[in-house]
Structure formats: C-alpha cells, structure tokens
Design a protein around this ligand. Structure first.
Ligand SMILES: C[S@@+](CC[C@H](N)C(=O)[O-])C[C@H]1O[C@@H](n2cnc3c(N)ncnc32)[C@H](O)[C@@H]1O
Length: 207
C-alpha cells in the first residue's frame, strides 16, 4: 500500500493548534474539518480529543486516500469516513443522506491562501449554515493585517503563491472579516501563532 502524503508544516503546527482548540471547545461534540489535506491534523486532534467525533473532508478525491490510511493506521474510532467537499460548491452536503446538517465546531487550516478568494465567502456561508448556534469556526494560516508590517517571509510566500496561481495569495484579515459578516459570522478571537501565522476563532453573529 502506498505511503500517505506527509506535510512537515502540519507536523509542526498540529500541537499548537490543538492547544487552542482544547482551550476553546467544549468537552465533546462533532467537528467538521474542511481541507483535511494529508489527514495529519484530524489524526492528531481525534487522538487527543477522544470525546469528539471528527468528520474530515477534502476537495481532491485522491487526498481522501491519505486521510483514510492515516486514520486506519492509528486505529481511531472517532473519525468518520472522509467526504469530498469543495467549499465553493454550495450547498455542501446532501444532508439527509450524509447526516451532516449541524456541527459543534469547524476547523479549516491553511486553505484560504491556497484557494481562490471566492472560497473565503463560501467557507463563511458554509459555517453559518452548518454550525450549531453557539459553535465555533477556527481558521489557521498566514494573514496580512492593517497596521501590521508584513514579515519578509510572508511577503515572499505570498509572491510565490501568486506566481503559482494568480487566484491564490495570503488574505487580508479585515477582508476575511467582511466576508464573514456578509455570511452572518463574526470574529471572536485572534491568536498569534508560531511562524507568523494566526489562529482566528469565528462565531455565528446570532450567538
Ligand atoms: C496547504 S493545503 C492544507 C491542507 C491541510 N489543512 C494542512 O494544513 O496540512 C490546502 C488545502 O486546501 C484545499 N482546498 C483548496 N481549494 C479548496 C476548496 N475549494 N474546497 C475545499 N478545500 C480546498 C486543498 O485541497 C488542500 O488540502
């Protein structure tokens, strides 16, 4: 069987992200991960948050294999079969068939800068639609912010992203907030994270 893909950055950031999740999330619930990638995060979170049921998703059908192999190798029983999800294809789920109507938390790591800008509004609308009233969306990644001088490494990263795909690029945190507000979400907390990343905690505006 082929080895699943491996992401060094996921390996580095999974524990710092888990620390914040443990601080913000209740003791148990059902979480949706958007853009699960290699599955390293969902494996780590499921292992260390055993009272939570995890629903991984990926836009690329081929990547679902990574997640399935990792979860099976770890013998985790609190991870559901990975679903294919393109945040830009709305509505996200056949909710009746997939029992995916409402979640207690949603996590989306390092997607917003590696997807077209329209994915940002789509993510926020999906969160507003699929989160329970007081549930949280957590996004993680590099952001630019008004009044904060960008680090040379983030500027260089942004340039390389745009050269690879002009629709990609590090997002302005305030612009993400505007998309959130349009969708009925709002920023609740901002955490500075290692390597010039931010972890943003979002809630439904009606919470
Ligand atoms: C840099 S990877 C991050 C993967 C993983 N979350 C991590 O941090 O290791 C970016 C991810 O965004 C996903 N992605 C890009 N466009 C997407 C879309 N429209 N809907 C859902 N996921 C998308 C890609 O498939 C990929 O898994």
């Amino acid at each position: 069987m082929a080895q699943p893909d491996f992401s060094p950055s996921a390996e580095r950031n999974k524990q710092p992200i888990l620390d914040v999740l443990l601080h913000h999330l209740p003791a148990q619930g059902k979480a949706l991960e958007v853009a699960s990638g290699t599955g390293q995060h969902v494996q780590w979170f499921a292992k260390h948050m055993p009272q939570w049921m995890w629903q991984p998703t990926e836009v690329h059908r081929g990547a679902l294999y990574n997640i399935e192999v990792r979860v099976a190798d770890a013998g985790l029983e609190n991870v559901l079969e990975a679903l294919q999800l393109d945040v830009c294809t709305e509505p996200w789920f056949d909710t009746a068939a997939q029992n995916t109507e409402q979640f207690d938390a949603m996590v989306c790591i390092n997607m917003l800068h590696i997807a077209p800008w329209v994915a940002c509004g789509a993510l926020m609308r999906g969160a507003a639609r699929h989160l329970k009233p007081s549930a949280l969306l957590v996004t993680y990644g590099p952001y630019f912010e008004n009044g904060v001088t960008p680090t040379p490494s983030n500027l260089e990263f942004d340039e390389s992203l745009r050269a690879h795909d002009p629709t990609w690029g590090i997002r302005q945190r305030e612009a993400v907030e505007q998309e959130a507000v349009k969708a009925g979400m709002r920023l609740r907390e901002r955490h500075a994270m290692p390597s010039n990343n931010l972890l943003l905690v979002w809630e439904r505006a009606s919470a």
